[in-house]
Design a protein around this ligand. Structure first.
Ligand code: CAA
Length: 380
């Protein structure tokens, strides 16, 4: 075992850190306050090669692996959780299924612009009646001649209207067939019958967009079926296994950012005639933060490494996501606590970071669902 990252990973970390500090940091407060998704920033991530980190060069990617991808998401999350979320939703959920299950024809048509960051991807699974219980989806797709006709509504979809290419899950067989009743489809923005519904006003991640995807007799070509008909549910689960590594990495980054800010503040904030970092009450908080972040990072890198090696990684990804998202929330909460009253104001970044952290315990499977996944694997 070698816990030291190779030079190529450290170089990538440094270049993403430079980008995050130089390009993302100046507007992060503004984007949060205005609830503004900046498409130009996504395009810059594409130019830097971040949108294609784990994909082969022949598809426009960087030919690196999921560990490199996790490091990049972590570094974005350290400065701007919204940017980390945009990249993670794009790569893990929007692009990876097409890379993994797409035919060569689908890859040539859809994968290349996504990998290069010229197009933005999204993933449509969740519905009003199907959140944690994903199998309860009611969106339907019916084959009519050589077209699939989609009807239904997806909610909370990250990258929302800004995306160009959507991987959408729908029922193609009778409900009684449970996990074998669903299929996955590639749907392009602009397809007649595909519109956008309610835009969410969120607690955090306000530099990203989330909205409903509405399908009303939306006709897509038969060849836009992704993978095998009937395999959709398992495909969605496998995609989320990988997605959870991205959310774990984003959480590690959020925690790291909050910790660094709290540490710097504790060293300069004077109370009782000395910096509060001299107080053991504050030192213990900082010690717990550092410990939890290290544990979360190791779990995250391990899950990413396992995926890259082609090993089983679903349970490891659930463990990493569970631990890291809870760490991000605890660390952000304690960072606000260390700042005292100032931390509760919008003059200090920890308030935003605490709001951004919360969703990590919810999306791509709540903490409760991660425990279900881990529990099932222990008892299987
Ligand atoms: N990989 C492959 N197959 C899997 C799988 C996995 N990880 N997990 C389950 N399956 C298979 C099972 O083997 C089973 O197959 P058979 O029917 O052939 O036996 C089938 O799927 C059904 O599995 P379960 O019986 O375990 O299904 P369940 O209904 O009990 O639900 C669950 C399992 C783990 C709770 C699942 O529904 C789940 O993960 N829910 C959470 C959904 C989620 O994470 N949603 C996030 C939305 S996307 C998002 O948040 C994106 C964003 O905003 C950025």
């Amino acid at each position: 075992m070698d816990f030291k990252l190779g030079e190529e990973y450290e170089m990538l970390r440094q270049s993403v850190r430079d980008f995050a500090e130089g390009v993302l940091a100046p507007g992060v407060v503004d984007r949060d306050e205005k609830e503004y998704f900046d498409r130009g920033l996504f395009e810059k991530m594409g130019e830097l090669g971040l949108t294609g980190i784990p994909f082969e060069e022949k598809y426009g990617g960087a030919g690196m692996d999921y560990l490199a991808y996790a490091i990049a998401v972590e570094e974005l999350g350290r400065i701007d959780a919204s940017a980390a979320d945009t990249l993670s939703s794009h790569v893990s959920l929007g692009v990876w299924p097409i890379w993994n299950w797409g035919t060569e024809e689908q890859k040539q048509k859809y994968l290349l612009p996504l990998v290069e960051g010229k197009k933005l991807g999204a993933f449509g699974l969740t519905e009003a009646g199907a959140g944690s219980d994903a199998i309860a989806m009611s969106t339907k797709a019916v084959l009519d001649g050589d077209e699939w006709v989609l009807n239904g509504r997806k909610i909370f979809i990250t990258n929302a209207e800004a995306a160009d290419t959507y991987v959408v899950f729908a029922r193609t067989r009778p409900k009684e067939m449970r996990s074998k009743a669903f299929s996955a489809f590639i749907v392009e923005k602009g397809t007649p019958g595909f519109t956008f519904g309610k835009f969410e006003k969120k607690m955090g991640l306000r530099g990203t967009q989330n909205c409903d995807l509405v399908f009303e007799d939306c006709r897509i070509p038969q060849e836009n079926l992704l993978g095998q008909e009937g395999d959709g549910f398992k495909m969605s689960m496998e995609t989320l296994d990988g997605g959870r590594i991205g959310i774990a990495a984003q959480s590690v980054g959020i925690a790291q950012g909050a910790y660094e800010i709290a540490l710097a503040y504790a060293k300069q904030r004077v109370q009782f005639g000395k910096p509060i970092s001299a107080l053991q009450a504050i030192q213990f908080k900082l010690a717990d933060m550092a410990l939890e972040i290290k544990a979360s990072r190791l779990l995250t890198y391990d899950a990413a490494w396992r995926k890259s090696q082609g090993l089983e990684f679903g349970t490891d990804a659930a463990m990493a996501k569970l631990k890291a998202s809870e760490t991000a929330n605890r660390v952000a909460n304690q960072a606000v606590q260390i700042h005292g009253g100032y931390g509760y104001t919008r003059d200090y970044p920890v308030e935003r970071i605490m709001r951004d952290a919360k969703i990590c315990e919810i999306y791509e499977g709540t903490s409760e669902i991660q425990r279900v996944v881990i529990g099932n694997s222990i008892l299987r």
